[in-house]
Design a protein around this ligand. Structure first.
Ligand code: DC
Length: 238
């Protein structure tokens, strides 16, 4: 089977990672949650009191960071490791969400993460979700999807997710965090969140995860068939 790169971008709490993970499992592709990488950097910066206003401190700190993903057979999840330590649970907490947009707006941080992400996709067969995958990391991705959803519904989804992890947070606080992150993500100077011209829009407000996954899988099938016809896979020898 020929392999492609699937880039899934969009606002937070639209179901990007959940969809991307299931699409990857169905296709036998690698799934990379790039938001987890920015969250891990944020955790390191907070733990080590890195001054984000000092370029030198940021560059020095980035040099000390190694991010990897370890497959956990028990949960069936790829878990994020920061310098060898499993931080999957910690990086999902609200205090990380409250700082991650500022950290991920730093040019030095973006440069380091994008370089790692591009390496991960070299062999194709990857589903990567984030904010700049179709515009910056893989502008040549064969399939690009841009996800959005109603803000209130996104806040409700995030609240349920946090509750499942034992964090009880009010809807207003979550909505505020989402609105703040949307604002920073879309207005930052470095790779702001925007829909790539060739990305297909998916509004997940009233869709189930299964419907979202099915929608993407059908597009993948159509894309691969069309690329086959155009002789795109001759180099992959398939
Ligand atoms: O997908 P997420 O909510 O876990 O992402 C956390 C933050 O990381 C998000 O607010 C913006 C940032 N991010 C980014 O700037 N670029 C990416 N490719 C992925 C995430």
């Amino acid at each position: 089977m020929p392999k492609i790169i699937i880039a899934i971008d969009g606002y937070s709490s639209c179901g990007k990672s959940t969809t991307a993970k299931q699409v990857a499992a169905r296709l036998g592709y690698v799934f990379i949650d790039t938001g987890a990488m920015y969250r891990a950097v944020t955790l390191f910066f907070l733990q080590n009191h890195v001054q984000i206003t000092s370029r030198k401190s940021v560059v020095e700190a980035l040099d000390k960071i190694s991010i990897s993903f370890n497959y956990n057979a028990k949960t069936g999840r790829n878990e994020t490791c920061l310098n060898g330590l499993n931080v999957e649970e910690e990086i999902r907490k609200l205090y990380i969400a409250n700082s991650v947009s500022e950290v991920s707006a730093l040019p030095e941080v973006r440069k380091a993460m994008v370089a790692q992400q591009q390496k991960m996709g070299r062999k194709k067969g990857i589903v990567m979700d984030g904010r700049d995958i179709g515009t910056k990391v893989f502008p040549e991705a064969e399939l690009k999807i841009f996800m959005t959803a109603d803000t209130f519904i996104r806040a409700q989804r995030r609240q349920i997710e946090l509750l499942a992890k034992g964090e009880m947070v009010g809807l207003d606080e979550i909505r505020e965090n989402i609105a703040k992150r949307d604002h920073i993500d879309t207005t930052r100077a470095e790779s702001p969140l925007r829909q790539a011209e060739d990305a297909l829009l998916l509004d997940t407000s009233y869709m189930t995860i299964d419907e979202q996954v099915e929608w993407v899988i059908q597009l993948v099938d159509q894309k691969i068939a069309s690329l086959h016809r155009k002789g795109h896979f001759k180099e992959q020898n398939v």
